[in-house]
Design a binder for this molecule. Structure first.
Ligand SMILES: Nc1ncnc2c1ncn2[C@@H]1O[C@H](COP(=O)(O)OP(=O)(O)O)[C@@H](O)[C@H]1O
Ligand SMILES: N[C@@H](CCOP(=O)(O)O)C(=O)O
Length: 327
C-alpha cells in the first residue's frame, strides 16, 4: 500500500482501546501497495494489519469485502480475517476514514516469479473460485467496461503526456473491447487483483491471499486473465508460455475451463490489460502530493495490451487445449 492518512498516537490509542488486543507496542506505515493506508500494528496479542480505506474503496462495499474474507476463511482459504472490537463490530472509523483491523498473514510475496509460483497460483485461484460458489453477497464490477470508459474520459486530455498517441490507442481499443467482449461465461465472485504482491509464500509453498478490495462478481475466466497478465510476463516484456501453461493446467485440475472460456481468453486478457493500464494512468496523472506511495507504471500494461492485440487464439500464446482445458 501506501499511507495517505497519518494516524496520531492519541487517535491510535483511543481506537485500540475499543479492542481486546492489549496495549499497542508499535504501529508502522507499510510502503507497499497503492490503494489504501496500511499499518503494521503490533499489540500485546501479536501483529495485526490496520487498514484505513481510501479513494477507490467505497464504504458501502466494505461489508461485502469483510463478509467475503470471513466466508473464505471458513472454507479453509488462508486469508486475513477481520477482527471485531469488544462490541462485536469490525468495521469502524479512524481519522475520518473507515478502518478495520485484520489478522496478520505470515509469508512474503515473491519478488522473482518462478514457474512453480504460477503453478501454485493456478490451483489457489481455482480453489478460491470454488469456495465462493455459495457466498451470497454480490458486488458488480465497478472496473468493467463502463468504469474503463469513465477512467478514460478523466485521463484522456493528458494521456499523451505519458506516451505519444496513447489517447488514440485507448479510444480505439475501448471500441474494440466493447464490440468483442464475451457474454454468458461462467461467473461468480473474483479476486480481481491477484498480483504477486497479494499472494504470500512461506518458503516454496503458497501460504495465503490478501487484498480483497477489488473483489466483485464477473466472469471467473477474467480472473485467470488478470493473473496471466500479472504473473506470466518477464521484466523485458516477453510473454512466458511455460508460466501460463502451468497456471492454466493447475487451475483446471481443480476447476475445468470450458471451450467458451478458452476461446475468450485473448479478449479477457486485452480487457484486463486495459483495466490496469487505465487505473495506473489515472493514478500517474493524479498522484496526491505528499502521499507515501509509489505509483505503478502504466506503460507496462500498454506493452501487455499490444502483445494481446497480436493474439488470435490459444496457439499464439504457445498453448493448446490440453494445457488449459484438461488432458
Ligand atoms: N493480512 C496481512 N498480513 C500481512 N501483511 C499484510 C496483510 N495485509 C496487508 N499486508 C501488507 O501490506 C501490503 C499492502 O497491502 P494491500 O492490501 O495490498 O494494500 P492496498 O490495498 O493498498 O494495495 C502488503 O504487500 C503486505 O506487505
Ligand atoms: N495491482 C494493481 C494496483 C493495486 O495495488 P495493490 O497494492 O492493491 O495490489 C496494479 O498493479 O496496477
Amino acid at each position: 500500500m501506501a499511507v495517505y492518512t497519518e494516524v496520531t498516537d492519541e487517535d491510535l490509542s483511543s481506537f485500540a482501546a475499543q479492542y481486546d488486543l492489549g496495549a499497542v507496542l508499535s504501529c508502522k506505515g507499510i510502503a507497499e501497495g497503492v490503494e489504501n493506508s496500511n499499518f503494521l500494528l503490533v499489540t500485546e496479542r501479536g501483529p495485526y494489519i490496520l487498514t484505513l480505506y481510501e479513494k477507490r474503496t467505497r464504504k458501502e462495499d466494505l461489508p461485502f469485502f469483510l463478509g467475503l474474507m470471513e466466508h473464505l476463511a471458513e472454507k479453509g482459504i488462508a486469508c486475513p480475517l477481520p477482527v471485531a472490537a469488544r462490541d462485536g463490530v469490525a468495521l469502524r472509523e479512524l481519522c475520518g476514514r473507515p478502518a478495520v483491523i485484520v489478522t496478520f498473514l505470515a509469508g512474503m510475496w515473491p519478488r522473482r516469479i518462478t514457474p512453480q509460483h504460477c503453478a501454485q497460483l493456478g490451483e489457489a485461484l481455482a480453489r478460491l473460485h470454488l469456495a465462493v460458489g455459495d457466498f451470497r453477497m454480490e458486488r458488480p464490477n465497478a472496473l468493467a467496461l463502463p468504469g474503463w470508459k469513465d477512467l478514460f474520459a478523466r485521463s484522456a486530455p493528458r494521456a499523451d503526456e505519458v506516451a505519444p498517441g496513447l489517447r488514440e490507442t485507448l479510444e480505439t481499443e475501448l471500441a474494440a473491447l466493447e464490440a468483442n467482449w464475451p457474454a454468458g461465461l461462467p461467473a461468480g465472485v473474483i479476486h480481481a487483483d491477484l498480483f504477486p504482491d497479494n499472494v504470500f509464500f512461506r518458503g516454496d509453498s503458497l501460504s495465503g491471499l490478501i487484498d480483497f478490495y477489488f473483489a466483485c462478481n464477473d466472469f471467473l475466466a477474467y480472473d485467470v486473465a488478470i493473473c496471466i497478465n500479472a504473473w506470466c510476463f518477464e521484466i523485458d516484456g516477453s510473454f512466458n508460455a511455460t508460466k501460463a501453461r502451468l497456471l492454466l493446467s493447475n487451475y483446471r485440475k481443480v476447476r475445468p475451463l470450458s471451450r467458451a472460456e478458452l476461446d475468450a481468453l485473448p479478449w479477457l486478457c486485452r480487457g484486463s490489460a486495459m483495466r490496469f493500464l487505465l487505473t495506473r494512468l489515472y493514478d500517474w496523472l493524479n498522484h496526491p502530493p505528499g502521499a507515501f506511495v509509489r505509483p505503478k507504471d502504466p506503460l507496462e500494461y500498454l506493452r501487455k495490451l499490444r502483445f494481446h492485440q497480436t493474439v488470435r487464439g490459444l496457439g499464439d500464446y504457445f498453448l493448446d487445449d490440453s494445457d488449459a482445458a484438461g488432458a
